[in-house]
Design a protein around this ligand. Structure first.
Ligand code: ADP
Ligand code: MG
Length: 688
């Protein structure tokens, strides 16, 4: 039976079950997968040097004859294979350790190519553990492991590059059955080589130039497909209809005028951008990005007011009940003068009341609707949904956010869509993964905010930390203590426990005289509400909490944020916690408690000490975690995009222009092969 691209691994001669299993772990099931498993880097062993010219500590490739080869046993017991290799200019010694079987294949008189580093060893200079290959093993495309630019694969699961090379090389003859999905016209315009040639050159490059061309082709593909997916989704959204919501300028100006503070310029600009979008018939798709405390809520309130006043509905989706309550209180107060009916819907809303709210939403009586995931339940159908807003969007899954984008009962239109986040998106990502979004940025905080002092507190300094906190509390301030989620399945149990343990220890041993409360996601909502409102009213000194207070909570008198086991949280999340303080007139502090003294951990935590700028932190975070983790690629089933490409503005621009051009002339859905390739990115559309 002849092998094709679709052949399974067990049809390839010379690959046993153990290796098949290992390859499957790498996601390789078929010959096609195997061919598309590309090297991470290359070693250039192509330049053959006369033996006379080689120098110590250099990586070189030489070609010669084996003069003699033998095994000997060192005093330590290890086997040493020594060979003397000669060419026309001189001789050199090569040494390998614990590979006695080498002398079975390498014989005196064999012609051989060696690559490796020349090192001093026992007063003589020689090649230590060089890569090697016999010239007689050469095939029509030359040597495989030396004497050329050789591919180095990610060596995982106990598979060596040498093994991979020797198995992939014979499959190269099938490479030309791989179909190229890029249209000819694009390859011509961009001067790109064909896909099969590129893959071939990646594995076994003829020379550095061909390798460069191959990499150019594949880097282009990665970014181009991404841009196509993103821009095509935008094109499709533009063909949808939303309700045009006219900008009620006088009314909005009056509202802004009556606020207890002046809007920052950034807030004005963002609100303006949103109001402009709302007035259009194409659905808005906008991200409002602003660091914690930059005042996103009031911008959302302006957009909701402008929507509701024209007899349409606006919905605000929040990740926690606490936040819903807080927003509902604020927004109802702000909208009171306009006689707009606001409703609140959360998971714990009693059934009968829920039914009543459902019908208010369906009939259009409720015009501003604020809630948690409960808004995504079946019963919720909107009469005329003009605007949907998702606060703290990173707390929601793709499907959850998409669930709000549904047609309204009476108008069959989609809502304008606004998502809000405090986690800034690095600039290059905003052009790529988030390229289907318009962006409004609050890059300025309301005046008078003091920057938060952040300190890493090792176990030895814990008592000092407690003492300092006590002093602050005596001055009238309040503190949060955040404990991490531990484990996964049992997470909720252990989460409660660690909050409880901390609560016990603080209230019994450390601060017996202070008022301490605790809160976690598993508590009843009335209970949570009571605890939050007591804390907001200043009746509690310290609130011990899980990450439920991560987002949104606004209590200006709390000035101390203590994070236990800070190393367990991501940078963005830590920054969010820290954002719970520094909201009032007093100096605020953030203490990162950690038992870890590992360097990467301290480096990460130190980034927080160094800067309060969420934007800088997100770039550090992206760098540390890489784009895959940063955007949650694994969790969304996305291909991991190369960091190098995501940072390459020139490449991004080139691919974006090419994709725009292509979409202006073609319908992507009609180019089946290409369209299929872009589908892997579906999960990020609406990822925002
Ligand atoms: P976030 O962007 O983190 O959601 P919020 O909307 O919760 O921020 O606002 C943080 C705090 O700042 C709130 O107490 C809010 O009332 C206040 N605030 C918002 N805008 C301004 C402003 N322009 N001037 C002064 N305070 C403001
Ligand atoms: Mg907020």
């Amino acid at each position: 039976m002849s092998i094709t691209l679709n052949s399974k691994l067990d049809e390839i001669p010379g690959i046993g079950p153990a290796y098949i299993h290992k390859l499957q772990k790498l996601g390789i099931e078929t010959v096609r997968d195997f061919l598309l498993y590309l090297p991470r880097r290359w070693d250039d062993y192509s330049h053959i040097v006369p033996i006379r010219e080689i120098r110590p500590d250099e990586i070189v490739t030489i070609k010669g004859k084996i003069w003699e080869i033998s095994n000997k046993r060192a005093r330590s017991g290890i086997n040493i294979t020594e060979a003397i290799i000669a060419d026309d200019t001189g001789t050199v010694k090569a040494t390998w350790f614990n590979q006695p079987f080498l002398i079975k294949s390498l014989k005196t008189g064999d012609e051989i190519c060696l690559a490796g580093k020349l090192e001093w060893n026992h007063n003589s200079v020689g090649m230590v553990s060089p890569a090697f290959e016999k010239i007689s093993d050469e095939d029509e495309s030359g040597l495989t492991h030396v004497g050329r630019i050789v591919p180095v694969y990610a060596e995982t699961e106990g598979i060596t590059s040498k093994w991979l090379r020797s198995k992939i090389k014979p499959l190269m003859k099938l490479i030309y059955s791989i179909r190229d999905y890029l249209p000819e016209e694009i390859k011509r315009e961009q001067k790109l080589i064909d896909l099969p040639a590129a893959i071939r050159q990646m594995h076994f490059p003829e020379n550095a130039l061909q390798l460069k061309k191959a990499r150019e082709r594949l880097d282009f593909d990665e970014m181009f497909l991404l841009q196509l997916a993103v821009l095509n989704s935008r094109k499709k959204l533009n063909q949808e209809r939303a309700i045009a919501l006219p900008f009620n300028e006088d009314l909005i100006k009056g509202f802004v005028h009556d606020l207890p503070y002046q809007l920052t310029n950034a807030q004005r600009k963002a609100a303006w951008e949103i109001l402009q979008d709302l007035a259009r018939m194409q659905p808005m798709n906008r991200l409002l990005q602003g660091d914690v405390g930059s005042g996103k809520t009031v911008v959302a309130a302006i957009a909701m007011l402008n929507t509701a006043i024209s007899n349409n509905q606006a919905v605000l989706l929040c990740p926690t009940e606490i936040l819903v309550k807080q927003h509902f209180t604020l927004v109802s107060k702000l909208l009171k003068p306009f006689d707009i009916d606001c409703v609140m819907l959360v998971g714990s809303t009693p059934k009968a009341e829920k039914e009543e709210i459902y019908s208010k939403i369906r009939e259009g009586e409720a015009r501003v609707i604020i809630g948690t995931h409960a808004l995504l339940e079946k019963g919720v159908e909107f009469w005329r949904l003009g605007l949907a807003i998702v606060d703290e969007q990173h707390r929601f899954g793709v499907d959850q956010r998409a669930a709000l984008r549904k047609e309204s009962l009476s108008t069959k239109t989609l809502p304008h869509f606004l998502t809000m986040t405090a986690t800034p998106i690095p600039r290059t990502l905003s052009l790529t993964l988030f390229g289907d979004l318009d962006l409004s940025i609050l890059d300025e905080l309301p005046p008078g905010r003091k920057s938060i002092i952040t300190r890493i507190v090792p176990s030895t300094k814990r008592q000092d930390g407690y003492h300092f906190i006590e002093e602050e509390i005596k001055k009238g301030r309040q503190a949060f203590v955040v404990c991490p989620l531990i484990g996964d399945v049992t997470g909720l149990e252990s989460e409660k426990k660690s909050v409880m343990v901390e609560y016990q220890s603080l209230s019994k041993n450390i601060y017996p005289d202070l008022k301490i409360a605790y809160i976690h996601g598993k508590m009843k909502s009335e209970e949570k509400e009571k605890i939050m409102s007591d804390f907001a009213a200043g009746e509690t000194n310290i609130l011990v909490s899980t990450s439920v207070i991560e987002v949104g909570i606004d209590v200006p008198n709390s000035t101390i944020m203590i994070i236990e086991d800070a190393d367990r949280f991501g940078l963005s999340q830590l920054h969010q916690f820290r954002g719970r303080v520094g909201r009032g007139e007093h100096q605020s502090y953030c203490f990162l408690f950690t038992k870890s003294n590992s360097e990467p951990v301290l480096k990460r935590l130190n980034a927080l000490v160094q800067t309060n700028d969420g934007f800088k932190l997100s770039e550090v975070d992206l760098e540390i975690r890489g784009p895959g983790d940063f955007i949650g690629a694994r969790q969304h089933g996305l291909p991991d995009i190369k960091m190098k490409n995501l940072m390459d503005l020139a490449l991004i621009k080139k691919c974006r222009d090419a994709a725009n051009n292509f979409l202006a002339k073609n319908n992507l859905e009609h180019q089946t092969l290409l369209y299929d390739k872009t589908k892997v990115f579906d999960a990020i559309l609406y990822l925002e």
